[in-house]
Design a binder for this molecule. Sequence first.
Ligand code: FEO
Length: 394
Amino acid sequence: MAIREIKPGVYYVGATDWDRRLFDELIPLPDGTSYNAYIIKGRDKTALIDTVDPTKEEILIENIRELGIKKLDYIISNHAEQDHSGTIPRILTLFPEVTLVTNKKCKGFLIDFFSIPEEKFMVIEDRERLSLGNKSLEFILAPWVHWPETMLTYLVEDRILFSCDLFGSHLANSSLLAKEDAKLLSSAKRYYAEIMMPFRNSIKGHLRKLEDIDIKLIVPSHGPIYQKPQFIIDAYKDWISDNVKNEVVLPYVSMHGSTEKMVAYLIDALIKRGIDVLPFNLTKTDIGELAIGLVDTATVIIGTPTVLTGPHPAVVGATYLANALRPKMRFASIIGSYGWGGRTTNIIAEMLSNLKVEIIEPVIIKGYPKNEDFKALDNLAETVLRKHRENNIV
Ligand code: FEO
């Protein structure tokens, strides 16, 4: 991405990755991503805020050259994950005089990853400031968004918050400044769901801390810059709140049609009772869409056939992911069929051990569903409705 001056002396020098479709070999990126890095030219000193993924290091180097930076005083490392730190070794080679500014924990990671010598570091504490002359940087430690060493950097005079992965979106975009619209909200929610959701409680604390800070721009490490900070702060407040929707997320797999028939019947039974349903056929769905669905649903019902003695492996993967993402859902259940036996219910229930959910009586049937099985599905839908109403989930 071309260099942009977002404020006098503050330049975007990062890189857009239009074609990347998978992150961490796990997370789908339907809209690519960007690795945002910034140069801040103060009267006396110049700082680089984060670097870029090593696959794009030439773009960062070229941008720094094009800006005519002859002397770089500081690299601020907000986060040690390699998509932001991976080009630090190259910058250290090009600017041997530079000091690497970060917190103690991040320093440890950077030494582990890149064998950077101790003497290159300046270790800062929470709320410590660093002067660049007419501009000053304040560091705000924000552990667990989404690693233990993460921090934010606030450019005091321009009221810009460099928020690291927090508030990010995997959205390659030619416009650096966000249009705060439905598309961006959807990308940011996907990002929250896939990366930030397990750290909901940590984020609550960080947002409280940010209330005392006057923020004009939020500049995340991925995706566009928020010109209306409240747009993304309010969205996060909603996602991290304890509020859930009158909704059922229904990830499922069917091998010979029995589970699919049950899923179709249950969807109608829930809709008839005024409950929204988000079904995900796990053989076809983008797992990120499932993660988004988990952000604020009240209930998850997992549909699976029995493979050997347990759930279908695709269901095992989705259940593992749901457990790891720790959504705030309140209830869970299981539906599915078997031919000659198995431990499907126990295996899935054990896999949800991170979640504080009440398990509603599963409906596991033998063979193809019959009248009594449809009645059991009606009972399940009725129980979900009752549980939602009892908990004021409307
Ligand atoms: Fe964008 Fe956690 O790195």
